[in-house]
Design a binder for this molecule. Structure first.
Ligand SMILES: Nc1ncnc2c1ncn2[C@@H]1O[C@H](COP(=O)(O)OP(=O)(O)OP(=O)(O)O)[C@@H](O)[C@H]1O
Ligand SMILES: [Mg+2]
Length: 141
């Protein structure tokens, strides 16, 4: 793969199967992403945008097609649904990944608190998701 390539997607296809029927969500989707490019995927509701992103980050398997990644690619993905746990405080939602990975040191916790302050959530560390606005919830996520 060429050095400035981040992503090469070829003929991606995704069919969702449910008990009742199947939905062709993506059909023959190809695109390349190079270093420094900023790309928006735009289209009507239900056209397959979230499906494409979930496949790119590896949360979903494509039905067919190929994805090639550049070397040392790091991906972040803000899900459409923020998936916060309503029974955990904002801080505890943010510490969950560290907890699961047995990586919850004082230093890491301080870093998470610092990030939350950067995102304007300083006063909400001990609040619950239901008390935050949509945009605030997304920043937590
Ligand atoms: N888990 C699923 N099971 C079955 N069908 C699904 C599933 N997720 C999505 N679909 C179907 O796949 C198609 C694409 O859905 P997707 O969520 O990718 O659309 P989208 O472009 O992100 O839409 P929106 O703009 O509304 O977020 C839709 O027809 C949807 O009904
Ligand atoms: Mg979507």
């Amino acid at each position: 793969m060429h050095q400035d390539k981040i992503l090469n997607i070829k003929n991606l296809r995704k069919i969702y199967h449910t008990k009742r029927d199947e939905t062709l969500a993506i059909d023959n989707f190809s695109f390349d992403l190079k270093k420094g490019e900023f790309v928006s995927i735009v289209g009507p509701s239900g056209c397959g945008k979230s499906t494409i992103l979930s496949i790119i980050v590896g949360l979903l398997e494509p039905s067919s097609g190929e994805i090639e990644y550049g070397d040392n690619i790091k991906m972040g993905y803000m899900l459409q649904d923020d998936s916060l746990f309503e029974f955990r405080t904002i801080l505890k939602n943010c510490l969950l990944g560290l907890e699961i990975n047995h990586d919850l040191t004082d230093e890491n916790k301080e870093y998470v608190i610092k990030l939350l302050k950067t995102y304007g959530l300083k006063d909400f560390l001990n609040s619950y998701p239901e008390n935050l606005s949509g945009g605030m919830r997304q920043r937590v996520a």
